[in-house]
Design a protein around this ligand. Structure first.
Ligand code: NAD
Ligand code: G3P
Length: 340
């Protein structure tokens, strides 16, 4: 298959390398001509995924029209904030009819839309759109270490066929019919990974991290179900699977942000040191906005939001969460989300 990957960051490059290694002709598009030239020269993406050789089947591009030539499947792997602009550019370049999977995780800032909803808005006449999500660090996939992720979209038969066609011994693909749940899991687990990094960085212990992850899963589930997802999806790869990986894995950028905040860095300092996107940061505000809208309680997300807004200190968050009114483990507590 001819695959075009939009976005030559860590994840876009890892996916492009993977599909090229497994026999697909792969174009990797970056908006930056100098970046494309460097990748062609060194056969490596030194800025975003160093020490991984780009296979011969992979061609770096900065001209969108070149990258789209002969394309049979588009993978959109830019930060979710850039998804709309990228897909508008694809439409402008005559690529509106190409099937597309978004592999970004988060809510579009301000609109609060999930990646599949952005695709539906920008490409309303596009026949086939979907998402790829699940526990998957770019550095591991690029080295062809095994992982399992899921695909979901607007055409269940296409998603099933695509899962079978793209499945490899390195990346096992599961078809999922709950595109809302898959997207919400991928977005909210990043918020929980920041909280887990913060907890670990403050030395709160393994008991605290287990509690945080479990109650984080409860928050993810409440929001997902309110938005129309199935509860079972949160127990799968794009829910619990990705939550486990991102809250505990040292490679997680979101977890690293939490660790940096615990050391006393400001949010801009932590993000500057990262040099990669941490989608959990903009997602915090969108998650809390959605929680207010659906009138559900998301105390971990709200505590992070208040921290980012300067309304609470990192050192006070644990006490604030622990001292809340006791409640039943599966009680649907009324929303305690602040109005700001
Ligand atoms: N890195 C991972 O392990 C991983 C795994 C799964 C999913 N993801 C998701 O994939 C998405 C991309 O993450 P990443 O790790 O590749 O990020 P990254 O920070 O490594 O790279 C981001 C890339 O997007 C490009 N970009 C940013 N704004 C753009 C715009 N307006 N137009 C075109 N290109 C733009 C940047 O130039 C860069 O090449 C995120 O939503 C992330 O959550 C990442
Ligand atoms: O490095 P993070 O925190 O953006 O997480 C990367 C992937 O989403 C893990 O599945």
């Amino acid at each position: 298959m001819n695959i075009t990957v939009l976005g030559a960051g860590a994840w876009g490059t890892a996916l492009a390398v993977h599909f090229a290694v497994h026999g697909h002709r792969t174009a990797l598009w970056t908006r930056n001509p100098e970046h494309a030239a460097q990748m062609r020269l060194h056969r490596e993406n030194r800025r975003y995924l160093p020490d991984v050789a780009l296979p011969a089947q992979l061609s770096p591009h900065s001209e969108l029209a070149d990258a789209l030539r002969g394309c049979e499947l588009l993978l959109a792997v830019v930060p979710v904030a850039a998804l709309r602009g990228c897909m508008e550019a694809v439409r402008g370049a005559g690529g509106a009819g190409i099937p597309v999977l978004a592999a970004c995780k988060g809510f579009e800032p301000q609109s609060g839309l999930l990646p599949f909803q952005v695709l539906a808005q920008v490409l309303p006449d596009n026949g086939k759109t979907g998402v790829l999500s699940g526990p998957s660090f770019a550095q591991e996939l690029a080295r062809q270490l095994p992982c399992a992720v899921c695909l979901a979209g607007n055409d269940a038969a296409w998603i099933r066929a695509l899962s079978a066609e793209l499945n490899t011994a390195v990346m096992r693909l599961y078809a999922n019919e709950d595109v809302v749940g898959v997207c919400v899991g991928g977005a909210v687990k990043n918020v929980m990974a920041i909280a887990a990094g913060l907890s670990d960085g403050l030395g709160l212990g393994m008991n605290a991290r287990a509690a945080l992850m479990t109650r984080g899963l409860a928050e993810m589930n409440r929001l997902a179900v309110a938005m129309g997802a199935q509860e079972t999806t949160m127990m799968g790869l794009s829910g619990m699977g990705d939550l486990l990986l991102t809250c505990t894995g040292a490679l997680s950028r979101n977890r690293q942000v939490g660790l940096a905040l615990a050391q006393g860095q400001t949010l801009p300092q932590a993000l500057a040191a990262l040099r990669h996107v941490a989608e959990g940061v903009p997602a915090v505000a969108e998650v809390c906005r959605a929680a207010r809208h659906y009138r559900i309680d998301m105390p971990v997300s709200q505590a992070l939001f208040d921290l980012f807004e300067g309304r609470t200190a990192a050192a006070d968050i644990a006490a604030r969460l622990m001292r809340r009114e006791p409640t039943g483990e599966h009680t649907r507590a009324p929303a305690q989300i602040s109005e700001k």
